[in-house]
Ligand binder design. Sequence first.
Ligand code: C2O
Length: 405
Amino acid sequence: MGRPGGLAIVLLVARQLAVIYGAPLKTTFEGCRRGSLSGVDYDCCPSEYRGPILDFELKYNASAPVRIRRAMDCLDEDEASEYGEKLRKGISLMKALPADDPRSFAQQARLHCAYATGSFVTGSEGFDIHFSWFFHPWHRWFLYFHERILQTLLGDPTFTIYFWHWDHDGEAIIGRNKCSKSGMYFPAIYADPDSPLFHAARSLRPEFPALPVDLGLTGAESMDVPYRPKDLLLARNVAVMHDVMVIKSNTSRIFLGRDLRAGGKRVLPYEGGGSLEVTGHASIHWWVGGDLRTPPTAGKDPVFYAHHGNIDRLWKLWPLGGQGRANPTDPDFLDAEFLFYDETKNVVRVKVRDAMDTRALGYVYEFEERNEAWWNYQSTWNSWLKPVTHGPDTTTERSQGDPTS
Ligand code: C2O
C-alpha cells in the first residue's frame, strides 16, 4: 500500500513548505483544545462549533446607513443617558442568554480567550492573535460581531457601540470637532455596581476614579499599580500617545506587530506585539486590573468593548502619519481567516481583507482626525516615562489578579 503513504508524505512536505514560505493562517474550530498563557491553563473552546460555516459577505450592511461610533466622554447629558440605557439593556440581554448560546456574553469572552491561549491550532501549534499583526484586525471583527449581536437583541439595527476615549484630555483639539470633557478617566457608566456594565473582578485602586488612566503603566508594575499624581499622568499620557502612535510607528512591523502565518510558532506574551498593543492598550488592561488584566479573562469585563473601540479607532488614525505607515499588502495578512459567531448563531468565516475598511462594515468613528495634543507633542517625553512610585499606600485593598502578564 505505497500510495496512501506517498500521499501523506506529499501533504506533509506541502505543509512544511507552507510553513517555510508562508501561507495565510486559517482558523478552524476542529481540534480546539485546552489552551494556556504564561503557564496558566484555560478551557475556553466555544461551546457549539458544529453547523455550516458561512463566508462573510459585505452585503450584511450594504443597505444600512453608516453609523458613527462616538466618544463616550463627548456625549451631552441626554445622549449619555440614552446610550447608557440601551447599552445596559443590550448587555443584560446578552448576559441572560443561555450560557452555551454562542451569542451570550460569556461565550464571547470565551472566544476571545480561545484566540488568546493557543486553543485553536495551526499546523501543530496553537496560535494567539495577540502579539502579532492580527491584533488589530481580529479585534475589529470581534467588536463587529459583538455590535451586531447587540443590535439584534435590542431590535435596533442602528445601535452602535461607543468608545472610551482615553487618549483625549479635555483641552485637546481634534480636527474641527471639539470636545471639552476628558476621556482619560474610568467611564462612569461602567462603574455603577448595580449595572450590568459593572464587573466585580476589577482591581482599580480606590483613588483611581478620581485620577486619569496611566497609559505608561508597565507589565512589571501591573500587580501593584503605583500611585502617580494627576498632573504627571495627564502630561505623561500625552507623551506616551506620541511615542506609540508617532515615534514608534513608522513601519507596520513596529506598529502592528510581527507577522504570523500558517503553522507559525507562538511567541512569549508581549514579544512581537505592536507599539500601541504593548503600551497604552496593555496599560489600560493592567490599570483596570482583575479579569481585564490578562487576555484569557479580559472579555468578561464589559469595559473591554469600550476600551477596544478606542484601539480600533487609533488603528484607523495610524496611517495619517504617512511615510511607511500603511497596513501590509502581504496576502498572508489579507487572506488570513478567522471564525466568529454572528447574531443568528451562524459561524462566519472572515478574512482580514474584509476588515480593512470600516465604512464597508457600516461604521466610522467620531474623531478620526489627529489629536493635535499628542500628535505634535514635543518635549522631553522620555523623562515622563520614568516610573514614579511614591504615593498613598492603598494597595492592600486591591484584589490580586493572576500573575500572568
Ligand atoms: Cu484581545 Cu485588549 O485584548
